[in-house]
Write a protein that binds this ligand. Structure first.
Ligand SMILES: [Zn+2]
Ligand SMILES: [Zn+2]
Length: 296
């Protein structure tokens, strides 16, 4: 590889291979249960990997291109400290994204980009999609092609691993330490998210995440409306409830639902509230009539 003409993605792809090779050979070289010749061979292989990596590391030190890190079950973050990450959080350098600027990263990775690291991500067009990366992966017919586990759990008779590519968990690991073929977990999650945005019957948060209110998942538009009316009825001063704290909480739940419905319809929260409020009024009037009857 000519480091002067190689792209950031090419250099980082090779660097990751070399880092892994080095760690692999280092572990063999450090084992006291193997013969001296095997260990000497591994030590040499580790040293070779370090030597090949040196000019690539130097190229990065000189050019300092953008690097992006994938956090399993999370988002793509910029190199450096992100307030949403703990020091111990697993993160994987995503070589394919190396050198990309903010607009490119959102185009390619859509809503998987961290909005702390890229604050203007939500206003970029690509953010309400899974990105061209996930779309390209769909060509693989929903199967994840990665065979190298990010982690292997060996506490059980049959070991299983997690996949750093698609975030799948609990995948069986073969005797050779390879992940068995598995459905692409993140793609399936992206499909579900897309459906929550695009299917008129379904509902999710503004970015298509599962809408969870008061500990319950609200799946459909219809139940979202019913729940909004119920929470607002609970919160209404004219109604039966008399606990202000609980009623404030109910109003908060209603607000969460109204925001999701507003995003779904591309209207304001106030418009959603105005459209549904007559249903609350009707329920309150019915309750007042029943109370009046009971008191006679
Ligand atoms: Zn971040
Ligand atoms: Zn996978």
């Amino acid at each position: 590889m000519d480091v002067t003409t190689a792209t950031p993605a090419e250099i980082d792809t090779r660097l990751i291979e070399l880092w892994m090779a080095q760690a692999h050979h280092r572990a063999i070289a450090d084992s006291d249960r193997l013969s001296d010749s095997v260990r000497a061979y591994a030590a040499q292989a580790a040293a070779d990997a370090v030597a090949e990596a040196a000019p690539l590391e130097a190229a990065y030190a000189a050019r300092r291109w953008n690097r992006w890190y994938w956090v399993p079950k999370g988002h793509l973050h910029r190199e450096g400290e992100c307030s949403t990450l703990y020091a111990s959080t697993d993160r994987n350098l995503t070589a394919a994204a190396s050198g990309m600027d903010d607009a490119q990263i959102v185009e390619r990775y859509g809503w998987n980009v961290c909005t702390i690291c890229v604050p203007n991500a939500p206003v970029l067009d690509g953010f309400r999609t899974p990105g061209t990366y996930a779309t390209a992966e769909a060509d693989a017919k929903g199967i994840c092609l990665n065979k190298i586990p990010a982690h292997v759990n060996r506490r059980y008779a049959s070991p299983y691993g997690t996949c750093g590519d698609c975030d799948a968990q609990g995948i069986a690991v073969t005797s050779l330490g390879r992940l068995r073929q598995h459905p692409h977990a993140r793609m399936a999650a992206d499909d579900a998210r897309k459906a929550r945005i695009e299917d008129p019957k379904l509902i999710g948060t503004a970015t298509g995440e599962v809408l969870k209110v008061d500990g319950w998942e609200i799946k459909t538009r219809r139940t979202a409306e019913i729940d909004w009316v119920r929470h607002m009825e609970n919160a209404d001063e004219r109604g039966w409830a008399g606990n202000p704290e609980w009623q404030a909480e109910q109003r908060g739940f209603a607000r969460q639902i109204a925001e999701a419905l507003a995003a779904k319809d591309g209207v304001t929260v106030e418009q959603i509230e105005a459209a549904l409020m007559p249903k609350v009024d009707a329920k309150i009037r019915k309750w007042q009539r029943e109370m009046a009857k009971a008191n006679h």
